[in-house]
Design a protein around this ligand. Structure first.
Ligand SMILES: [Zn+2]
Length: 217
């Protein structure tokens, strides 16, 4: 009987996580106290969709919202944060995290997408904003294609008031996926891509895929 019990426990854990992530708590949208929220996960895990959902709700609540993304990410549109399901929200592409402070003196909520591509200064910028009463919502990849922590994301998770780890579905076995496996041969950490270049995998399938890649050479 040990096995079924373990499965039940896992399922109830997952249900609990989903409930926490999509709780309909309205307090965050209306109270003015500064805070830092991080939405992290692999590629195709719905990070940007969740960021856009929170930002749109803040706008409905008549909050002043400003959204930034790194100028490096021009996969879809120069000025819009666009997710894989094509929901969009206007954003400002910037080169340096310090620029965020120049645009946010009269803002209630700051959204930051693809935060893994920003410089390490983003950590201080987010702390400054939150300490001055701004709600900061950050979305980004927690790991690169090698499974290593990506850019400022681990530090942002550390200083966050709340971290939501979202998951994709493993393309090989259907379990929850946390890893972004690069399906093309290229060793650069930054390779902007889509389903042609990456697939989400669970830990076991990711390890197997790395062994297969090694064998192919
Ligand atoms: Zn798998």
């Amino acid at each position: 009987m040990a096995k079924p019990l373990k499965v039940l426990f896992l399922q109830s854990n997952i249900t609990h996580l989903i409930m926490v992530l999509f709780s309909e708590d309205h307090i965050q949208e209306t109270k003015r106290r500064g805070r830092i929220e991080v939405i992290c996960g692999s590629m195709f895990s719905g990070k940007t969709e969740e960021l856009i959902r929170r930002l749109k709700r803040a706008k409905f609540a008549r909050q002043r919202v400003e959204i930034f993304k790194p100028a490096i990410d021009t996969r879809y549109s120069e000025a819009d944060v666009v997710s894989h399901d094509s929901s969009t929200i206007a954003s400002t592409p910037i080169d340096s995290s310090a620029t965020i402070l120049l645009f946010t003196s009269e803002v209630d909520v700051v959204g930051i997408d693809e935060a893994q591509f920003f410089d390490a200064g983003l950590v201080d910028v987010c702390n400054q904003l939150a300490n001055n009463g701004t709600r900061v919502i950050i979305a980004g990849l927690d790991m690169d294609f090698k499974g290593n922590p990506f850019g400022p994301m681990p530090a942002l998770c550390a200083i966050a008031d709340e971290v939501s780890k979202v998951h994709a579905i493993c393309m090989k076995c259907g379990q929850l996926a946390s890893f972004s496996h690069r399906t093309v041969k290229n060793d650069k950490q930054v390779l902007l891509g889509e389903t042609a270049e990456y697939e989400p995998l669970c830990r076991v399938c990711y390890q197997n895929a790395l062994i297969e890649d090694e064998e192919k050479g």
